[in-house]
Design a binder for this molecule. Structure first.
Ligand SMILES: C[S@@+](CC[C@H](N)C(=O)[O-])C[C@H]1O[C@@H](n2cnc3c(N)ncnc32)[C@H](O)[C@@H]1O
Length: 225
């Protein structure tokens, strides 16, 4: 996946465009806006409020630019929450690519530039501590080859679209996520396709269709019951 182009989305935040897939890493209606809505509000905040607890473990499928990880670190820091964050990525971006992204400049938070650099500088395949209460483990691996050694509270499922990378949305991959979640664990994704909802239900998830971020009617949240 070479020759990526930097694109400014509608909220002023960057995303990357991959010509060979004709796909972007985020919604062009607003990358930060999309990540905040789908993964933070409908995923992490929902879980913490529902459980009335101060800590969560997150498994992300598709580390990409590290935007979701950055939002979680800034949230953990501002709200004094404990987060264990693991993320899978088959094709890590280069330092040259991540250093151009403007997320840290846009997002509020003390030292967000330093935190974003720390997230990217942390080594692959070992645990790093970004904050006293934030652990990060970036796995350089294909999701198809991954098997979870522990169970997570939340899965941020952030693969490229099913039309672009159908293998990421196959039932076998979704079953892997089911196995990696605790009972009552929460799966969130921007995709709201009928096939995905049917597949999640067939695995055993309780599926909700929720309002999506600007530019997207719906998103999906599914709970392991
Ligand atoms: C939509 S982007 C992720 C965006 C990311 N969460 C962010 O905050 O920037 C999808 C990511 O999945 C990665 N990917 C593609 N195939 C994969 C695979 N088989 N296993 C794991 N990751 C994969 C891509 O390289 C890309 O970084």
């Amino acid at each position: 996946m070479s020759d990526k182009r930097l694109v400014v989305t509608d909220d002023g935040s960057h995303t990357l465009y991959i010509p060979e897939l004709n796909e972007t890493y985020h919604s062009t209606h607003g990358a930060i806006q999309e990540s905040k809505h789908i993964f933070m509000e409908m995923g992490l905040l929902y879980f913490l409020e529902r459980e009335k607890i101060e800590e969560a473990s997150i498994l992300e499928i598709g580390f990409g630019t590290g935007l979701n990880a950055l939002l979680c670190v800034l949230f953990a820091k501002a709200e004094n929450k404990s987060i264990h964050y693991e993320s899978l990525e088959a094709f890590p971006l280069s330092e040259e690519e991540t250093s151009k992204l403007n997320y840290a400049q846009i997002l509020e938070g003390e030292n967000s530039t330093g935190i974003f650099q720390q997230i990217h500088a942390s080594p692959w395949n070992e645990q790093s501590r970004i904050l006293p209460k934030f652990e990060l483990f970036k796995h350089e691996i294909k999701v198809q080859d991954y098997s979870a050694k522990e169970k997570f509270d939340i899965c941020f499922f952030d693969a490229f679209a099913p039309s672009k990378q159908p293998e990421m949305w196959e039932v076998d991959v979704l079953k892997k996520v089911w196995n990696a979640l605790k009972i009552h664990g929460v799966f969130v994704t921007y995709c709201a396709k009928g096939q995905l909802k049917r597949d999640l239900k067939s695995i055993g998830f309780e599926v909700e269709s929720l309002p999506g971020p600007p530019g997207k009617m719906q998103m999906v949240r599914a709970t392991k019951i």
